[in-house]
Design a protein around this ligand. Structure first.
Ligand code: DP6
Length: 326
């Protein structure tokens, strides 16, 4: 067949317990497990077409041709798919995001989850959820959590075979909202990939990793019991600890801006005053403010008072990666 194509959609996710640091960089085997919630509506749609007339892989993102390191990263996933399928054709990859990339809202997670699903389908492979998650992980660690739906745990595993995302609760288990505050849409100066490399240079990373099983357990049971207070405390601790590692690595990484810290303080103060709300921040200045859906109006009223916020986007709990092929 001259052209074999498939299209897939995957959503971004926000980590409650973060992935920061690899024990095997090339396979993206994490130094500890992590837990996230898929973000409905913040999504990447990717079409992959293996085409015998091509002389190399082609990539476009939002209609713009992409070359260099980003194309190589996509080609390495396609190489893996070609290896599994025993095929040799190059592919045309067309990807569209409906949210800004490279600013700490896990665009690579949505992108590599959609790529794993579309490329394996187009190659005629019928991969299991675990196999898809492992494939997505090799492109971007957090992408393995955007393959299953709802609330997802990525178990660190012992190797490539058992390091993948598993749904711990479906999207309708708990009506949570992530209010994403865009403080800056400028691309971050240090990528997550580079940040993972620096994590081990922080004197705080050893204690962070040693405590990870405890935080994962508290987070997992807070989700299963829909216990917002327990979730809030562990989510903020985990985010702060990761940023403490970032700030104490060599060289240090500072992702927060003034408005990030102001928002963190206001959210914590509101919780002390009785509003069930908490924050978490990824590798960028933007802040994710979590609440139960029933509290959205109260939380939006709080956020409306904050300075230097360009935009607030709401995301509810998202489903698994899916194809749009008929
Ligand atoms: C802070 O998955 O983006 O968002 O594997 O290099 O693509 P790469 O890293 P990435 O790292 C995510 C870092 C984080 C925390 C998280 O999502 O768990």
């Amino acid at each position: 067949m001259p052209v074999r194509a498939s299209t897939a959609i995957a959503c971004a996710n926000i980590a409650f317990i973060k992935y920061w640091g690899n024990r095997d960089e090339s396979l993206r085997l994490p130094a500890s497990g992590s837990i996230s919630m898929n973000l409905a509506g913040l999504q990447t749609q990717t079409r992959v077409a293996f085409d015998e007339s091509l002389h190399g892989d082609l990539l476009s993102i939002n209609g713009q041709p992409v070359r260099g390191a980003d194309l190589q990263r996509v080609s390495s996933i396609l190489d893996e798919v070609r290896r599994m399928a025993g095929g040799v054709h190059y592919a045309r990859v067309e990807s569209q995001n409906n949210f800004p990339a490279g600013v700490g809202i896990a665009s690579s997670a949505a992108a590599f989850a959609a790529l794993a699903l579309a490329s394996s389908n187009a190659a005629g492979l019928a991969l299991s959820e675990a196999q898809l998650s492992r494939l997505a992980r090799r492109g971007s660690g957090s992408a393995c959590r955007s393959i299953p739906g709802g609330f997802v745990e990525w178990r660190a595993g012992t190797g490539d075979e058992d390091s993948f995302g598993v749904s711990i609760a479906p999207p309708d288990h708990w009506a949570l909202t992530d209010c994403i505050l865009l403080i800056s849409s400028a691309p971050k100066t240090t990528s997550s990939t580079e940040g993972h490399r620096l994590a081990a240079t922080s004197p705080l990373q050893t204690s962070r990793l040693a405590d990870a099983p405890r935080r994962l357990e508290i987070c997992r049971s807070a989700i299963l019991q829909r216990d917002f207070e327990a979730l809030a405390e562990i989510v903020e601790l985990d985010s702060n600890w990761m940023h403490a590692v970032m700030m104490t690595s060599r060289p240090p990484l500072f992702y927060w801006q003034e408005a990030t810290l102001t928002a963190m303080r206001e959210v914590s103060a509101a919780r002390k005053a009785g509003l069930p709300v908490c924050y978490t921040v990824d590798a960028g200045p933007n802040i994710h403010v979590l609440c139960e859906r029933s509290r959205e109006d109260q939380v939006l009223a709080l956020l409306a008072k904050l300075p230097s916020i360009q935009e607030v986007r709401l995301a509810h709990v998202g489903g698994p990666a899916r194809t749009t092929d008929l």
